[in-house]
Design a binder for this molecule. Structure first.
Ligand code: CA
Length: 166
């Protein structure tokens, strides 16, 4: 995907956030973007974790980067950042405990034995119940056919520290 096009999808994640949340995200983004380049690079992301006293290895920071960096240009732009913030909102709506992940996975169309994939339609219904509106951009994050491993990684408390920051 060409880098320039990433800005055109900027409206999508915004729909999931109210103006206050977007403003808050913007401030946070600028505080992480130390050189005011408009993007967050790996170094800035690492410094952010350092500042928040998270003991992250370089590999872990890189994993976070990979998760948020949807267009794979190696940096986090504001659209990607907003998407991550919107994602966190969905996570907190679920308020998922690690042992609940399997049951949520099953509710989303997977199987209790962790086989199968989540069903986009079921996720949509479930989120509706929670009063969370989610647009097609969010499904890019969820993935059309997400298996348990990927699904759990979103809700895994070990990755939760990522979510609690962005
Ligand atoms: Ca990027």
């Amino acid at each position: 995907m060409p880098k320039r096009n990433s800005a055109s999808s900027a409206t999508s994640p915004r729909r999931n956030l109210n103006p206050d949340e977007i403003e808050e995200a913007r401030k946070l983004f600028h505080s992480i973007d130390l050189d005011s380049s408009g993007t967050i690079d790996l170094r800035e992301l690492g410094l952010m974790f350092e500042k928040m006293n998270y003991d992250m290895t370089e590999t872990e920071v890189m994993e976070v980067m990979t998760k948020i960096d949807m267009d794979e240009d190696g940096v986090i732009n504001f659209t990607e950042f907003l998407r991550a913030v919107a994602m966190r909102k969905v996570q907190s709506a679920f308020d998922v405990d690690e042992r609940d992940v399997v049951s949520v996975f099953a509710q989303c169309g997977g199987n209790e034995d962790k086989s199968g994939n989540i069903d986009r339609k079921k996720v949509e219904e479930l989120l509706d119940d929670f009063g969370v509106s989610i647009d097609s951009t969010m499904y890019d994050v969820f993935g059309e056919n997400m298996d348990f491993e990927r699904f759990a990684s979103i809700f895994n408390p070990n990755n939760g520290r990522t979510a609690s920051v962005v």
